[in-house]
Design a protein around this ligand. Sequence first.
Ligand code: HPA
Length: 235
Amino acid sequence: MTIHIGAKPGDIAETVLMPGDPYRAKWAAENFLDAPRCVNEVRGMLGYTGTWKGNPVTIHGSGMGMPSLSIYANELIRDYGAQTLIRIGSCGAMQDHVALRDLVLAMSASSVSTPSSTIFRELTYAPTADFSLLEAAATAARAKSLSPHVGGIYSSDTFYDERRDLDEQMIRHGILAVEMEAAELYTLAARYGRRALAILTVSDHLPTGDRLSSEDREKSFSEMVEIAFEAAFAK
Ligand code: HPA
């Protein structure tokens, strides 16, 4: 047990999928894992462990924003030995050519700050995905006839941000989409020599204000889970 995770030693698999919403973790575990069992429910942050095609997998919520993800990713890595951590979640598109429902694979994640950023002092650290996961996820997506966007995203802890000029600079610099967790996940994975990737679906479109229906969100969530498994266990 750690401060925020009630799992026993050995209850967490080396491969961990991390949706933001703990109920999505439950749903994915019940629909995609063989023999899923609940390994954490401290503070309602649900985590499940089972197998996919015989491979042990944990699906654990991260909560919203980098301060929340940082707590769970730190404990999963440092206390439970997680080796491969894949965020599956939604994002807001920032470019006209990135449409609702599109898949975004985050090659890098810019941010104003992460919970880790103070250790870098005046240096601007560039959090990046693990290339083997990124490449395998792109291949898995294309095998499903999807055309993923692969590039830079922006991780923000402020959903209702009043500073529209920050969005403008991100858009101007080709950032594909905004979400709230990847930059810290990539930073922690790099620090501890682990693999990380964020697989995202566009749930809303900042330039047009369009949003996905909840039915479409569920369908795209299933695709992300499948791509995450394929990427994690690619030979
Ligand atoms: N901002 C931050 N995170 C998000 C958004 C957004 O507009 N849409 C989906 N996740």
